[in-house]
Structures are given as C-alpha cells and as structure tokens.
Design a protein around this ligand. Structure first.
Ligand SMILES: Nc1ncnc2c1ncn2[C@@H]1O[C@H](COP(=O)(O)OP(=O)(O)OP(=O)(O)O)[C@@H](O)[C@H]1O
Ligand SMILES: [Mg+2]
Length: 429
C-alpha cells in the first residue's frame, strides 16, 4: 500500500465502496509508479473512494498519496504555506468559462515542476484544449474510475521513451516438492530460447535451491550477495552475480549451503526485485514453498504468480488458501496461474484433475503428467526438458506456459496443443 494520509473532516478514512470496480486485468499493462508524491483534492465522495482504492493498488506502493476533502480553494490555501507535491489531482465543479480563472491563484503558488490533473464535470473539448495549453497535464470528466486515475498518472510519470521495466513472474508450490522449481527453471529456459528475450532466473531458496544443479552451474556468488548487501546493489553489481546458463538466460543462483541461518525481514527481496526488473525484460523468481513475511511482500509485488500443485487433498486445500490470501494481497490483479504437476503417478491415489479444479473454478495453465524417467534424467544431467525431449508433451507444456506468462499468444494452432490435451485429461476433450 502506498503511504496515504487523509484530511477529511469527521474521520480519518474516506467513505469507501466505489461503484466503479476494476475488472481484474484492467491495470495489467501499467508499470508500477515511481516514488512520487501525490495530493488529491476531492469534493465528491465517489472520488474520495476511488482515490482510496488507488492507494491500495500495488502499482502505487512506491508513491505517497495524500487525500484531502476539498476543492480548488482548499488547494490554494494549503499550498500558499506548503510546498507542492509532484502531482496535484484536483476535482472541481466549476463551469468551463470559470475554471481557468479559478485556477489562476493556484498557478501562483505551484512549483513549476508540479503536474496538475483536473477532474471536472464538463465534457468540453475546447475547455480541454485550453487547459492543456495552460500547462494542465490532464483533464478527465467525472465520474472517474480507478483505472482512469492510475492511467492518467502513469501517462505523466512513466516515461514511454525509457526502457520498459521487466516483467516479474513468481513460481511457488502449493506444497513442498510439488515441482515448482522444476517448472520455473524450464519455463525460464523456454522464455529465453523461444522469444530470444533476456531472462533472469533468481533462485530464492537460499539453503536448498536447485537451479545451480538443474543448469549444471557452480557459481561462487549469487543471490546471497544481493540480499545481504542491498547497499551495494545496482545493475553493475547484479551483473557480477549472474551466471550465464544459455544464450539469453542468466541465473542468480542460491548458495545452497547451510553455513548460516537464512532469516529475512519483510522487504528483504524487494531491492533485488527492483534491480532485476530494471535489468532484464523478464525475471523468473523461484520462490520456496513457505509463507513468511518476505514471501507475502514479494508476492504482493510481482506481475504474475504461478502456483504448482500435485493432485491431492493437502495441495487442494493449500491452493484454495493461497488463492484467497493472494486475492487480499493483490485485489486488483488477475488470479494466479495454476499448474497441476506429477499427474498420474503410478499407484498413487489422486484426485482427478476435474475434481481438483471444480471447487477452485479455474482452468489450469497446464497439466503435466508424472514422468519419473524424463524429469529424473533432466535433473541428474543438468539439462532442461526441451533439451532432452524437445518435441515431447512436457516441452510443449513449457512452451505454452512461457507464452501465457509473458502475455504472448499461443503458437501452432493447427497441432493438437496443450489445451486439447488438457481438456482430454479433464475428460471433456
Ligand atoms: N512432472 C514430473 N514428473 C516426475 N518428476 C517430477 C515432475 N516434476 C517435478 N519432478 C521431480 O520432483 C522433485 C521435486 O521437484 P522440485 O524441486 O521442482 O519441487 P519444488 O516444488 O520446487 O520443491 P520445494 O518445495 O523443495 O521447493 C524433483 O526431483 C523433480 O525432478
Ligand atoms: Mg523449489
């Protein structure tokens, strides 16, 4: 949540419950906003509620937001005595011919670098042009939605000419040993090779991580250096910690030794995540099965989450709980992806995929059969599934996963693809 403070007579918090709910996914393509200060002046309860919703969106985490009940005159009074923030959002019901006159005293107290967004009542193109000519950054007609507000702020502060920030995808298992790391490593490899996209795989399982084994690497340093020396961390330092695994895939490996305890505070991995996102278009995070403060903080921050589960009751219960918890952590994001793994292990009693998915009301991204030989060979020889059996169904699943989590449309529609197979396994194909 962003730093938020309220100046509202009769209470510390605004009326909540905006009518204008966000559809999950609406905000997907907006990058997190930088560390800016925003002061919103609201005259309507609906804008108060929208601004309050904005303050809870993860894209606003770094911004600090102050919300005041009042209009242009409140802003003028406030900034006559106080410095102006990076952005003022101002709601007004002034008529078009009065608006510029009303804003004039504000212009006199506003720092030239401060940007102003006006939320007005009149849908008037001449007024819009006049305001923009006079240095107003954006004019939006009320009632506004949270998406419009965040989009307006992003339009001003997220520089379209800058390199796009990287997409972060966290993989976590619903239970230990579900195969989350295996899937994360194979997905990272597929993204790097299929799309020639620079990808960093970060192994966050510091004591036991297996990315180093899976890629047959023995790096001296890696994620531990990044987490325990945040003051030294920047793109240059990160570069020294990365090991190259394939043409476009770099690994930030775990030490995988037990010479110390690995206890992390809540925000421990966030500086690493930020540098990773500045450093490569795609970051894959292999998050160990667990639910500590740092896990929650990290999962609240990433762009996509992939849950991996094995079809048994404990996994089902844990997936349900994870879905509920993640919904609270990320109220304006799509639900995580789900992968059912190790399906059809001989002699193991299992919940069928259809029965597993029915109470969750979701379609899995992939259903990966249990294949001890293939996965065992890959793990023991330090190679990826695509390198061992590039044409097999498991490799095809990793390709599908790579497409879905990077937002690319699927390929090879003429072949029997993963979804057909998946529906077949569900008994609906
Ligand atoms: N579909 C599969 N078929 C057969 N074996 C598999 C499959 N997927 C993963 N495995 C094997 O299961 C084991 C556990 O996998 P992995 O280490 O990826 O699990 P994890 O969920 O990351 O566990 P942890 O909770 O320790 O992080 C590995 O030996 C891996 O090779
Ligand atoms: Mg793991």
């Amino acid at each position: 949540m962003s730093t938020v403070s309220y100046d509202i007579p009769g209470g510390d918090e605004p009326l909540s419950g905006t009518e204008d709910k966000v559809t999950p996914g609406d905000l997907d393509h907006f990058r997190p906003l930088p560390r800016i200060s925003i002061h919103a002046f609201c005259i309507s309860d609906s804008l108060l509620a929208v601004m309050d919703d904005c303050s809870h969106d993860r894209r606003m985490t770094k911004a600090s937001l102050r919300i005041t009940q009042g209009g242009v005159s409140a802003a003028i009074n406030m900034f006559a005595a106080a410095p102006t923030p990076n952005l003022i959002i101002l709601e007004t019901d002034a008529r078009p011919q009065e608006l510029l006159v009303e804003l004039q005293p504000l212009a006199e107290v506003c720092d030239p670098s401060t940007r102003v967004v006006i939320i007005g009542r009149y849908n008037d193109i001449a007024l819009y042009r006049e305001l923009i000519r006079n240095g107003i950054s954006e004019y939006i007609v009320a009632p506004v939605s949270m998406v419009e507000v965040i989009s307006a702020i992003a339009g001003i502060f997220v520089d379209p000419d800058a390199e796009p920030l990287g997409r972060s995808i966290a993989f976590i298992g619903a239970k230990g040993g579900a195969g989350s790391s295996t899937i994360a490593h194979n997905a990272a490899f597929s993204i790097a090779s299929l799309f020639s996209s620079q990808t960093i795989l970060a192994d966050l399982d510091l004591p036991y991580g297996t990315a180093n084994i899976d890629f047959d690497q023995d790096p001296a340093q890696g994620i531990a250096e990044a987490v325990f020396a945040p003051e030294r961390l920047d793109e240059v330092f990160l570069d020294r910690l990365l090991t190259s695994c394939s043409q476009n895939l770099s690994l930030l490996a775990a030490p995988s030794i037990l010479d110390r305890a690995y206890d992390f505070e809540r925000g421990a991995f966030l500086p690493v995540l930020e540098v990773l996102q500045r450093s490569a278009p795609v970051t894959v995070l292999d998050v160990p099965h667990g639910w500590g403060d740092w896990t929650r903080a990290l999962l609240a921050e990433v762009d996509e989450i992939v849950l991996t589960a094995v079809p048994d009751l404990a996994n089902l219960r844990n997936v349900k709980n994870l879905l509920d918890a993640l919904k609270k952590l990320r109220p304006n994001d799509k639900p995580p992806h789900l992968i059912l793994n190790q399906v059809g292990m001989p002699k193991r009693p299992e919940i069928t995929p259809a029965d597993f998915l029915e109470p969750l009301e979701m379609t899995p991204l992939a259903i990966i059969p249990f294949d001890a030989q293939l996965f065992g060979n890959a793990a023991n020889s330090g190679r990826m599934i695509a390198e061992i059996d590039g044409k097999g169904p498991a490799a095809e699943s990793f390709s599908q996963i790579a497409h879905a989590i990077t937002g690319r449309t699927s390929i090879r529609k003429n072949r029997k693809n993963g979804l057909d197979r998946l529906l077949g396994l569900l008994g609906r194909g």
